[in-house]
Design a protein around this ligand. Structure first.
Ligand SMILES: O=C(O)CCC(=O)C(=O)O
Length: 238
């Protein structure tokens, strides 16, 4: 199987830094507006899409909703993870009260798609509808999310998935089919990054491994054990 590691943004940029394991980390300059990078057609990574204040706000909302919303999820694809479902759900896996997706999260998703469309016109947001499903995953260093597609319906899935990362970093692996011959690539997702995949990449097969403490300390992480690990806010249309 072919494997290729992609670097967050423009790895050839002169400001890129080499991490201890050989991978090159994307340059993150908080003074610059987030820079979207097309990983493949329909798939765009936006490094530092959320600034620290936005990350703090989002994590606060996640934890507040998570008090009643998180449930433990261990199955053939998901190991040692907590999950929370918001919005529409076809098969609620639990007996928790339904949670609505905060409007501010839908706005973030819309902003991420707009930013992504600047790097990849195939992600034009002219038919964008608000996300009606949101999955929040809480990973620890033992967690794993196995290969899967975010296709829960046979309906038109042209609205992109927007994935927002908070806290520890993770390796996001992806390939265009389940075939053993499919080229597998990976990218490191760090706190504040947004990954958008739609259009030709809407059905991308993906998995998540290697949850690790962030390279840069994040101010909100110092406070409480509840903030440990990685949170992923994943918005999509069902
Ligand atoms: O945690 C991530 O980065 C991806 C999450 C995901 O693939 C999912 O919730 O379906």
């Amino acid at each position: 199987m072919l494997k290729r590691r992609l670097d967050g943004a423009d790895a050839s940029a002169s400001t890129a830094k080499r991490k201890p394991g050989g991978a090159i980390s994307a340059p993150v300059d908080v003074k610059q507006p987030p820079k979207p990078t097309m990983l493949q057609r329909g798939m765009v990574l936006i490094k530092a899409f959320l600034n620290e204040t936005q990350q703090e706000q989002l994590i606060g909302e996640v934890l507040s909703l998570g008090q009643t919303g998180f449930f433990q999820c261990d199955n053939e694809k998901t190991r040692h993870m907590r999950m929370m479902h918001l919005g529409r759900s076809t098969a609620p896996p639990h007996k928790l009260l339904p949670l609505s997706i905060p409007l501010s999260w839908q706005q973030l998703a819309e902003d991420a798609v707009t930013a992504a469309a600047a790097a990849d016109t195939s992600l034009s947001n002219k038919h964008l509808r608000p996300a009606n499903v949101c999955v929040v995953n809480h990973y620890t260093s033992c967690s794993k999310l196995g290969w899967h597609q975010d296709m829960m319906t046979k309906r038109d899935c042209s609205i992109p998935v927007v994935s927002l990362s908070l806290g520890d970093s993770a390796t996001f692996h992806f390939k265009n089919s389940y075939s053993k011959k499919a080229t597998e690539r990976s990218v490191v997702l760090e706190s504040g990054d947004a990954l958008v995949f739609g259009g030709q990449s809407r059905g991308v097969v993906h998995s998540v491994t290697d949850i690790k403490p962030p390279q840069q300390p994040i101010s909100w992480q110092r406070g409480s054990a509840a903030l440990a690990g990685r949170f992923n806010v994943n918005l999509r249309e069902l």
